[in-house]
Design a protein around this ligand. Structure first.
Ligand code: MN
Length: 244
């Protein structure tokens, strides 16, 4: 038995290869999982649970098949798909987690988060996050007609495509701030944390102010491969799966 963690699949209609790999993952590795945790950015964009596109229903059907087979699937929102809501949960059988959540992972209290809240060096992004994650703004967004939300999402994607390649300094501020990481461990009284978002899969050790050593496991993205973390009572391993 094993517990699987994935994040940052950025599923979208323009990447059918990633969608196919995800479907394969759901019907193979995840099929025998004790639980599957999706730690955000499952979708490159999610404009609301009322999206009835073929793409949205393909993914929802695949998730529903897994939950109907008795595998518990948990979802925590990322910065791309925070508009996933109760209707999505109801249609898929996926259980929504608030961020952050502490789970008991084979006896080790483990903090789960998407990861963007740890990237405090990116001041501009944190400001944007505060605005966009405001519940009343989200209600306003969801009240807009679906076609208008599609238009907004398209414009946002087009805007990010025209950006210049990132400099080393820009890349650095997009990683976690180690002080914020240490504070987060202390605030939640845990010594194990799992997150995604930075697309830098690794297992890091952090020395905390109280002298304890804590471990931070970063789950990789699904851009040129599939990435997953598999945890058993005696092991944890970051894996990749090649595109077909
Ligand atoms: Mn993210």
């Amino acid at each position: 038995m094993a517990t699987w963690f994935i994040a940052d699949l950025h599923l979208s209609p323009v990447r059918p290869d990633i969608t196919a790999l995800f479907q394969h993952f759901l019907t193979h590795q995840a099929r025998n999982a004790e639980a599957l945790y999706i730690l955000g950015d499952l979708f490159d964009a999610w404009i609301g649970d009322d999206d009835t596109s073929d793409f949205a229903s393909t993914i929802q059907t695949a998730l529903r098949q897994l939950t109907q087979q008795g595998v518990p699937v948990y979802f925590m929102a990322g910065n791309r798909d925070f508009l996933i809501g109760p209707q999505f949960a109801q249609q898929t059988g996926v259980q929504l987690l608030t961020e952050p959540t502490i789970i008991d992972l084979y006896g080790t209290p483990t903090l789960l988060l998407h990861g963007d809240t740890l990237c405090t060096d990116d001041v501009g992004y944190q400001r944007f996050r505060k605005i966009i994650r405001n519940p009343s703004l989200q209600r306003c967004l969801l009240a807009l007609p679906l076609s208008m939300r599609m238009w907004i999402a398209k414009r946002l994607r087009a805007a990010s495509k025209t950006q210049q390649p990132l400099t080393q300094q820009q890349l650095a501020i997009m990683d976690v701030n180690t002080d914020t990481v240490a504070e987060t461990f202390m605030a939640h009284q845990v010594t194990q944390m799992i997150h995604g978002h930075t697309h830098r899969p690794a297992i890091h050790q952090h020395l905390l102010a109280n002298g304890q050593t804590a471990e931070r496991i970063v789950v990789g993205d699904w851009y040129t491969q599939g990435s997953m973390l598999v945890v058993t009572p005696t092991s944890r391993e970051l894996q990749t799966q090649p595109l077909q």
